[in-house]
Design a protein around this ligand. Structure first.
Ligand SMILES: [Zn+2]
Length: 473
């Protein structure tokens, strides 16, 4: 699939009219066209999928907005979901102007209200990190299903370990596990849609395929959706509920709880301490214990005084690694400041607090020095992208011109060849003696023309000849 050049007005946007379901109803595919391009989205699960086409809206909205082309949906999409599509677009458009507002065309048959009451199941989107465990723990009574979306990885070890972990957590907590595998992430990659935004619609589309089982889905919030730190990103307390239909309600959970508090709360839960996973860069796809995400979680637990309870992370924190953390990026420094406050108020861990302060000071110095460096870089990057797209358009036009010039060159060569042949035919039509006679006659005429008064005499002779020719039959 080729991404369209921006600036060209696309004739047609994603036209999603063909949904195919396997007889087992555990596989669903959606054939889509963008102008001449065709491609397919696929979803598979261990559970039967719902029969509604609602999932197509979140899956295709961002690509259509990026193209700036109308989105044609399959018939029968939820009326409530369709009504929210405008607000979803407002949010994405304000976050990132690359997502233009577009027309969403409901297909035939017309949009429908609920055809069945909401299912009784309550799902929790579960990845196995601090936020997932926190949402699962505090809504444990209510949650009946874990919804796990398979990792997009080529490493079978990482994939297998992640699967084993969620299956084990589901077993230990007595929840039904729904696993969904989809190629949506790869498709977004090809469309160059940032995963920062794409992961929300990815979750929404998978959950909407499970409305036959789930009437409510909790989407665990992260630190970047804390109420004092709301950042533009795909899962968001404003955005997630907008994917709701008459049958399925999305709840973004945990915006009021800081990560350090979440870590403290889940550290009292054996299941979480046995299976917590925040990265997969370690041996066999486990926590590495060294990356910023691992260190951040270890400091969270250390501040709570419960790091030694966690069986998936090292119990020793490398202070040099903490000191050299890059905290020049806003989110990372937010995590670190939160951790520092917790360490300081714990009254323990002075050496760890000092290491974190050193990293924060260095990060602040970098930010102060670079000023609005990130913003400027983003601005320049966007300009370069626009230039590239313009150049691509120019290259295509040059190719076209080159092609028509080649065609013209070919026809001119053909014409020259025919003229050469004719010339050859004419010159071979005269014998050597005839050529000599013509040359002699030319010579005589030339000499006569040089005589005074011969020009007029010749013209007169020509006129007399022409008259003679006209008279003769
Ligand atoms: Zn790690």
């Amino acid at each position: 699939m080729q991404s369209r050049l921006r600036g060209e007005a696309p004739q047609s946007g994603p036209d999603a009219t063909e949904i195919t379901r396997s007889p087992s109803e555990r596989e669903v595919s959606l054939a889509t066209t963008f102008g001449d391009e065709e491609f397919g989205l696929s979803y598979t699960s261990n559970e039967r999928f719902d029969g509604s086409p609602d999932f197509a809206l979140p899956a295709l909205l961002l690509p259509a907005m990026k193209l700036g082309a109308p989105l044609t949906l399959p018939g029968g999409v939820s009326r409530r979901l369709l009504a929210s599509a405008g607000q979803v677009q407002d949010v994405f458009n304000m976050w990132e102007s690359i997502f233009g507002k577009i027309e969403v065309r409901p297909g035939e048959p017309s949009p429908r209200a609920a055809t069945a009451p909401p299912a009784s199941g309550v799902g929790c989107v579960f990845g196995g990190g601090v936020d997932s465990f926190h949402t699962l723990m505090r809504h444990n009574e209510e949650i009946t299903h874990l919804l796990y979306l398979h990792l997009d990885t080529d490493d079978p070890q990482v994939r297998e370990r992640a699967e084993r972990r969620v299956r084990e957590v589901a077993r230990l907590t007595g929840k039904a596990l729904i696993e969904v595998d989809t190629n949506l992430r790869q498709v977004y990659r090809e469309w160059r849609i940032s995963w920062k935004f794409g992961h929300g619609p990815w979750i929404a589309s998978a959950a909407l395929l499970l409305q036959n089982l789930l009437g409510k889905v909790y989407v665990p919030g992260s630190t970047t959706s804390n109420y004092d730190n709301l950042r533009p990103q795909g899962t968001h307390p404003i955005l997630d509920p907008l994917w709701s239909t008459e049958r399925l309600a999305f709840h973004h959970d945990g915006c009021e709880v800081r990560r350090v508090v979440k870590a403290e709360e889940i550290s009292s839960w054996d299941v979480a301490m046995e299976w917590l996973q925040v990265c997969n860069h370690g041996q066999g796809g486990g926590n590495c214990g060294r990356c910023p995400k691992c260190l951040r979680t270890m400091v969270n637990l250390q501040a709570a005084g419960t790091l030694e309870r966690c069986r998936t992370l090292p119990h020793e924190i490398d202070l040099d690694a903490v000191r050299s953390l890059d905290l020049s990026e806003y989110s990372e420094s937010y995590f670190a400041r939160e951790n520092l406050r917790a360490l300081e108020s714990s009254g323990r861990n002075e050496a760890l607090a000092a290491a974190l302060r050193a990293a924060l000071d260095r990060g602040a110095a970098i930010i102060a020095h670079s000023g609005y460096k990130e913003e400027r870089l983003e601005h320049r990057l966007k300009k370069h992208l626009r230039d590239i797209e313009r150049l691509q358009g120019r290259i295509e036009r040059l190719h076209e011109r080159n092609r028509s010039l080649r065609e013209r060159n070919g026809s001119l060569q053909e014409r020259a060849r025919k003229l050469r042949e004719r010339n050859q035919r004419l010159s071979s039509a005269f014998s050597g003696r005839e050529r000599l006679r013509y040359a002699l006659a030319d010579g005589i005429v030339e000499r006569v023309r040089r005589l005074p008064g011969s020009g007029r005499a010749l013209k007169l002779a020509v006129r007399l000849l022409q008259k003679g020719e006209k008279r003769s039959p």
